[in-house]
Design a binder for this molecule. Structure first.
Ligand code: HEM
Length: 412
């Protein structure tokens, strides 16, 4: 599996790929856009799709099912690749097809409205302000743990209505559910279990003490005479906890890393607050928080870019690859704030596109400019080649990003 695709081009999901996936993704887009390879877990025959148009086609086509448990072969199931198998999340919103998905999504959307998201703007601002002050007190700090992690967990706790004493436990469980260190993989199932448990307890708590938060709104959500049942509710809250934490954390970290590499763009963001909205879109395109969407599996034979996929084929839509496709974006490897918002696939595409995108965008628009404005002389506190990414096939985020506000060292 670690053999190179071509001289100097690391194999997909190899250690070298995780540290810099772009040469591999560029090679695949040019030479093998619908690429068959053995998935590193279980050596399952899998296809990776890397061109922008193909990625959107996969995510919008019902012949590529999100219900992997129903359509994939025994080898896929036996390798443990059916997401959250054995938990209530096995039938969670992210891994079901219509009509079940349509019903669950409609109910979830009725609680997660644009108006409600807008009401959280002050909450996001106050979490960001508090965390910035904590970072200022620390001097050197880690953007991943001390800033992005605190902001994403703080906002999510407020949005879902977690009591503050659960907040710390949640941060720990989330860190264990998405480990940076592959040696800690054995803790993942228990951490997922704990997140489902928290979600269940939170739902019970909000049934007794409804408040102005998303969990209470989901309990109230009603569609004609239809309500979410107990497991669906708990599953949705757990999906929000998982979908809305490490992704936001990873994205803020990747964005700050990109801005440290591009001081000119960082200065423009400080000088022109009106750029924040489109800059967040460009940052999501340039280095979003996910390598890929979740697995899809073909329900029947399908031909894609000249490649014949059999029925039951596991397919991975490469979001990172699509967002750097020169067939779609001019100079895709450059980060440029032009004031235009690129039409990226960082939030996915089609029926399963990110339900939390409006909240994630708002967090990015507030948290990213706030950090570079509060610390205009921010510099890396370690040599750049020591900045490492986690080895996770779906999530693209840094293990840590130690920084120093340069002013602390007597410079302006
Ligand atoms: C920068 C941050 C985020 C990124 C990059 C992101 C990305 C994505 C992507 C790519 C998908 C589609 C996956 C697929 O098609 O397999 C998705 C779905 C989802 N996201 Fe996000 N997300 C982010 C933040 C959030 C937040 C803040 C929440 C909730 C609080 C959230 C909740 C969800 C849920 C529940 C789904 C499943 C939707 C469905 O299947 O209908 N995400 N996200």
């Amino acid at each position: 599996m670690t053999s190179a695709l071509a001289p100097g081009v690391p194999a997909l999901f190899s250690p070298a790929y995780y540290q810099n996936p772009h040469p591999t993704l560029a090679w695949l887009r040019d030479h093998s856009p619908v690429h068959e390879f053995p998935f590193p877990v279980g050596d399952v025959r899998t296809w990776m799709v890397t061109r922008y148009d193909d990625v959107r086609a996969v995510l919008a086509d019902s012949r590529f099912s999100a219900e992997t448990g129903a359509w994939a072969g025994d080898d896929f199931r036996e390798a443990g690749l059916v997401s959250a198998a054995g938990t209530i999340l096995e039938r969670g919103i992210a891994v079901i097809d219509p009509p079940d998905h349509t019903r669950l999504r409609r109910l979830a959307m009725s609680a997660f409205t644009t108006r409600r998201v807008e009401q959280w703007r002050d909450t996001v601002r106050s979490v960001v302000d508090r965390v910035l002050e904590d970072c200022a007190r620390r001097g050197t700090f880690d953007v991943m743990d001390d800033y992005a992690g605190e902001v994403s967990a703080g906002v999510l706790s407020a949005v879902l209505g977690f009591r503050i004493e659960r907040h710390r436990e949640l941060v720990t469980a989330l860190n264990e559910a998405f480990p940076s260190d592959p040696a800690l993989m054995d803790r993942v199932p228990a951490a997922f279990g704990r997140i489902c448990e928290y979600a269940g307890e939170l739902v019970e708590d909000k049934r007794r003490h409804p408040a102005d938060d998303l969990t209470s709104a989901l309990i109230q959500a009603r569609d004609e005479d239809n309500r979410l049942d107990g497991d669906e509710l708990t599953g949705l809250v757990a999906a929000f906890i998982m979908g809305g934490s490490d992704t936001v954390r990873g994205f803020i970290g990747n964005a700050v890393h990109a801005l440290l590499d591009h001081p000119g763009e960082s200065a423009r963001l400080r000088a022109e607050p009106g750029l924040a909205k489109s800059a967040v879109e460009e940052l999501l395109r340039y280095e979003g928080a996910l390598h890929t969407a979740l697995f899809r599996v073909t329900t029947e034979p399908v031909e894609l870019s000249g490649v014949k996929l059999p029925a039951g084929a596991p397919v991975i839509a490469g979001l990172l690859a699509a967002n750097r496709d020169p067939r779609r974006f001019a100079e895709p490897d450059s980060l440029r704030f032009t004031g235009e918002s690129p039409r990226h696939v960082g939030f996915g595409h089609g029926l399963h596109n990110c339900i939390g995108a409006a909240l994630a965008r708002m967090e990015g628009e507030i948290a990213i400019p706030a950090l570079v404005t509060r610390f205009p002389g921010l510099t890396l506190a370690v040599p750049r080649d020591q900045v490492r990414y986690i080895e996770n096939w779906a999530i693209r985020r840094l293990t840590s990003l130690p920084v120093t506000p340069r002013a602390e060292h007597g410079e302006p």
